[in-house]
Design a binder for this molecule. Structure first.
Ligand SMILES: Nc1ncnc2c1ncn2[C@@H]1O[C@H](COP(=O)(O)OP(=O)(O)OP(=O)(O)O)[C@@H](O)[C@H]1O
Ligand SMILES: [Mg+2]
Length: 355
């Protein structure tokens, strides 16, 4: 299976720079997930790799071969889109075999490869149906089947599950994880879904405005983000950010009525008067600890197994608190939200991590 190497990859539409110099290595068999805000260039980058979009600058190699000018059909890649437009007048079998037929494969070869893909995707009972007689999840499996039959070196997925309802998404997510194990191919996958990114990826790439902010294993990005953007982007609900000032060996929170929390060990090197942003994840409040904030619960959401309290102090931003079961909490209540100061992350005014 092929790996990929992107070196200084750029894409302009006229004067508009969309991809501004991306360097990335994707190892053979690796499952890489692209995440980032809408419009940051995820789909563009995927389409450049697929050969559906011209490359304005830099180099793309697949399996060690430079691919910048190679035709999409000769890159050994199959792409699955969010809108997977199956041919409505063809059966599942015909839809899956179409690309092979178009490429001039023999009928016997097409039948063998289509059956093999149908087995992997458990589609064999549906082979003679038309797309309109399938559920959303079944249609999505056919779209993936169309890609599998081509035996690609690399799979590209652009938000393949975003049209499905919540339950189907979970099922298909597990299918895709299984598929990756079974086929042992290189996969690049774009998603907006935190859980998909965290659970499927060997490596997550966080993009922002056409540049990579950070690349790493899911838990590395969660535990040890390089900057405030990545810290805020990875993790759901989002990390809380509180403006703070270093004062007398502690952190004062001016927007939270000047409440004081102890200095995390990493802050020792900060100068008196330095302005920083304190990052506390909602789940850091779950385990408690020696630091605490005095807050009033504005709203509480009981989800059954977990509750989230949205609490504030004065006019400051609302803080999200994961409470565990938290059933004894109610809105309007004053609470001491406790956490371990060592779990806190600090960022400079420019958003860089203080390590
Ligand atoms: N053909 C085009 N001409 C000009 N600008 C384009 C073109 N295609 C895309 N763009 C711009 O490139 C940027 C990146 O778009 P892209 O579709 O890659 O974003 P994305 O990260 O996939 O977003 P989303 O999460 O919403 O799918 C956007 O600002 C978009 O408007
Ligand atoms: Mg997109």
């Amino acid at each position: 299976m092929s790996g990929l190497k992107l070196t200084g990859l750029r894409k302009n539409y006229g004067a508009h720079q969309v991809i501004k110099g991306v360097d990335l290595v994707v190892e053979p068999k690796e499952f890489v997930v692209f995440v980032g805000p809408s419009g940051c260039g995820k789909s563009t980058l995927l389409r450049m790799i697929a050969g559906l979009e011209e490359i304005s600058g830099g180099d793309l190699t697949i399996g060690g071969v430079r691919m910048n000018e190679v035709d999409a059909s000769k890159r050994g890649i199959a792409m699955v889109f969010q809108s997977y437009a199956l041919y409505p007048h063809m059966t599942v079998r015909e839809n899956m075999g179409f690309a092979l037929k178009y490429a001039g494969e023999s009928a016997a070869n097409i039948a063998r490869r289509v059956n093999e893909a149908a087995k992997i995707l458990e589609l064999h009972k549906l082979m003679d149906r038309k797309p309109r007689d399938l559920s959303g999840g079944q249609r999505q499996r056919v779209a993936i089947g169309r890609a599998i039959v081509r035996h690609p070196e690399v799979f590209l997925f652009d938000e393949p599950l975003s049209n499905l309802d919540a339950e189907l998404r979970v099922q298909m997510r597990i299918e895709i994880a299984r598929l990756h194990k079974e086929l042992q191919t290189t996969i690049i996958y774009v998603t907006h879904d935190q859980v998909e990114a965290m659970t499927l990826a060997d490596k997550i790439v966080v993009l922002r405005e056409g540049l990579i902010e950070q690349t790493g294993a899911p838990l590395t990005l969660y535990d040890d983000p390089d900057n405030q953007f990545v810290a805020g982007f990875i993790g759901s609900p989002r990390m809380n950010f509180l403006p703070a000032v270093v004062k007398n060996g502690a952190l004062t929170l001016p927007e939270y009525d000047g409440q004081v929390i102890p200095m995390p060990p990493v802050a020792a090197k900060l100068a008196e008067g330095a302005e920083v942003t304190v990052g506390i994840r909602p789940e850091h409040f779950r385990t408690g600890g020696s630091a605490s904030l005095d807050l009033t619960i504005e709203l509480i959401e009981h989800l059954g197994g977990e509750s989230f309290a949205y609490a504030r102090q004065g006019k400051a931003n609302v803080i999200t608190i994961a409470t565990g079961t938290g059933r004894n909490w109610a809105s309007g209540e004053r609470i001491q939200a406790t956490f371990d100061p060592a779990s806190v992350l600090l960022f400079t005014a420019q958003g860089a991590r203080v390590r």
